[in-house]
Ligand binder design. Structure first.
Ligand code: NAP
Length: 213
């Protein structure tokens, strides 16, 4: 059984991931913001706070799931809300990297360390769509950051992959979304359990099949 840290585990996909993993007998470290009942508390947009919180955790971690994220502003490219755009990148890009690097000492104590980051199909470079452009760009950026992290951590034997969870019924996805958090969580935990170093740097659908960036 694995010890799994999951960010944003108080609601939405993160809560479903925590429930699914716990149901399979894994040991869960629920990471949340303050007041949300987590085992470890940080705001992922504050890398110093993340580092400090993780330094107080003295146990190995096998799997980190970077799930926390925000949709960001709906302002268009031609009239951008700069503060909101910067915050979207601070959470969705730098936040996921800050959590990953703050967990490196813990991951190095695992026999089979893995980092999964929840990205989005909205990152896909084959789409020219421009709605929610800050979010789209942040997810494309986190894919690139995680691809680089995969390269850098390969010598350490730490697998790093990104995951497209589909369109999911959460506060972010809305009630009309195609998938429930529970079905998506089943597929993502399946992937987390079986992903290997040979697959590092790749982008997967929640169903486990590899997809294009
Ligand atoms: N739903 C979809 O259709 C969909 C599709 C593609 C990708 N995704 C991605 O899937 C992930 C989970 O999305 P969701 O639909 O479950 O969203 P959600 O229901 O809005 O939940 C977002 C989670 O992220 C946490 N979070 C946000 N900002 C944070 C911060 N600065 N520090 C720590 N935690 C923070 C929230 O914590 P609080 O409760 O404290 O705000 C919450 O737990 C996100 O990365 C999202 O981009 C979702």
């Amino acid at each position: 059984m694995a010890r799994i840290l999951i960010t944003g585990s108080n609601r939405g996909i993160g809560a479903a991931l925590a429930a699914e993993a716990k149901g399979r007998g894994h040991s869960i470290l629920r990471a949340t913001r303050v007041g949300q009942g987590g085992d470890v508390i940080f705001d992922i947009s504050n890398p110093m706070q993340v580092k400090q919180a993780m330094s107080a955790i003295n146990q190995p971690i096998d799997i980190v799931i970077n799930n926390a994220g925000i949709i960001g502003p709906d302002s268009p490219t031609t009239d951008m809300d700069w503060t909101a755009m910067a915050h979207t990148f601070a959470v969705n890009v730098a936040g996921a990297l800050a959590v990953s690097t703050a967990c490196l000492d813990h991951l190095r104590r695992s026999g089979s360390p893995r980092i999964l980051t929840i990205s989005s199909q909205m990152s896909y470079m084959g789409y020219a769509k421009s709605d929610r452009i800050s979010y789209r760009a942040s997810k494309a950026a986190v894919n690139k950051v995680m691809q680089g992290l995969a390269t850098d951590l390969y010598p350490d034997g730490i697998a790093v992959v990104v995951v497209d969870p589909g369109w999911v019924q959460t506060d972010m996805g809305g009630a009309k979304a195609e998938l429930t958090p529970e079905e998506v969580a089943t597929g993502i935990i399946d992937l987390a359990e079986r992903v290997t170093l040979e697959q590092t740097g790749k982008f997967f659908r929640w169903t486990g099949e590899e997809r294009a960036f």
